[in-house]
Write a protein that binds this ligand. Structure first.
Ligand code: SF4
Ligand code: SF4
Ligand code: SF4
Length: 354
């Protein structure tokens, strides 16, 4: 029954993503605002705190708020430092890491509403024949060059500027800088029918620049997602945040080397993050900081057991020749639904050791 409804891992993941999109964007409509608030404490998500109907909660907002608002207050009342700043921050981090301990980076590949929206736009792009632009294959250096950007955004916009603002070094308008430029704020509120997050404040130059940047970023992502897979994910500070817990979580990607690795590279072609290491490397090195645990590489690797999604000792999904053959008959690794030419080419590459 389940297999009929979800014949592929991707179809099952899409169903989970759409369900989580509804939960994270419209959650309070179903469970009431009181319960949504409680869920928020257990479900840190890049669903936006500005969305009045959400059932999710983005760990990036308390991080900025606590550093921004609480530190000044805490410094004048040193005895309250632990209660007003350290404990709330630790609580946010503890809930966040507990969540990521269980799910690992599968949060990105299975739950995040902005990740889902970018994937849906990508599917629309493939459907309407927009060419796919990759950052991998002949362009491996570009994928690697983009990687530090997410760390810079996390350190600069989520930690440093709110902290400096809290200390009175930078202006008040820079107290919440990541949320001010975050495209998820506009995307998720737009899904609830509200356009108010498009408004750009004109009474403050800094706020104006931040608001205009958010609108530009949102427009750019919507257009770019039609032709580049997951354009925002590559610079998302939450991906960097997730990577901090990546090695601690039992949920992970496991790859063993196969003789064809480095020759066929179908896994990298299928990877929405264009991760080159999944075809080049093995073991820990193959599980990149950019991986979102979407599982597409495991679906498209034609070798039995070479790539697995695992939770602790349990194998949740394992690559297999039989699954691969059925999968490419319906969809190419890059998401295009035109299998015939590819099946022949991939069959040759995969069949060399059959
Ligand atoms: S990288 Fe960021 S935007 Fe992409 S799925 Fe993860 S949290 Fe969402
Ligand atoms: S698809 Fe499988 S065999 Fe090919 S490079 Fe990737 S892991 Fe190796
Ligand atoms: S390496 Fe595999 S699991 Fe990770 S993002 Fe790429 S396709 Fe998805």
């Amino acid at each position: 029954m389940l297999e009929r409804l979800f014949p592929t891992l991707s179809r099952f993941r899409l169903a989970v993503q759409l369900l989580m999109l509804v939960v994270t964007v419209y959650g309070s409509v179903f469970v009431g605002s009181y319960m949504a608030d409680k869920i928020s404490n257990a479900l840190p998500a890049l669903s936006c705190a500005y969305d009045q109907m959400n059932g999710g909660y983005c760990v990036l907002i308390p991080t900025q708020h606590i550093l921004h608002h609480r530190i000044g207050e805490a410094m004048v009342r040193a005895q309250q430092l632990t209660l007003t700043m350290v404990l709330p921050l630790l609580m946010s981090f503890a809930v966040f890491f507990a969540f990521f301990f269980v799910l690992g980076k599968a949060f990105c590949g299975w739950i995040c509403p902005l990740g889902t929206l970018q994937e849906v736009l990508g599917r629309v792009g493939r459907r309407f024949g927009f060419g796919l632009r990759r950052l991998s294959a002949d362009d491996l250096g570009r994928t690697e060059r983009v990687r530090p950007v997410k760390w810079l955004i996390l350190l600069g916009l989520v930690f440093l500027l709110p902290l400096l603002t809290g200390l009175g070094v930078t202006p008040h308008a820079l107290g919440n800088p990541y949320c001010d430029v975050c495209p998820a704020r506009i995307a998720t509120t737009l899904l609830t029918g509200s356009t108010e997050q498009f408004a750009v404040p004109i009474d403050d130059n800094v706020k104006f620049v931040l608001g205009a940047t958010a609108n530009f970023l949102f427009g750019f992502i919507v257009l770019a997602a039609l032709t580049v897979r997951q354009p925002f994910c590559r610079i998302c500070p939450l991906l960097a945040f997730n990577s901090l817990a990546q090695r601690l979580s039992p949920m992970r990607l496991v790859k063993t080397r196969h003789d064809n690795c480095g020759k066929c590279s179908i896994c990298t072609d299928a990877c929405p993050m264009d991760i080159p290491e999944i075809s080049r490397e093995e073991g820990r090195k193959a599980y990149s900081e950019d991986c979102t645990l979407c599982g597409r590489c495991a679906e498209y690797c034609p070798q039995d057991g070479t790539i697995q999604l695992k939770w602790g000792p349990f194998s949740l999904f394992s690559s297999s020749r039989a699954y691969y053959k059925a999968r490419v008959a319906g969809e190419l690794p890059d998401g295009t639904v035109k299998p015939i030419k590819f099946v022949r080419a991939a069959g040759k590459a995969a069949g060399t050791d059959a």
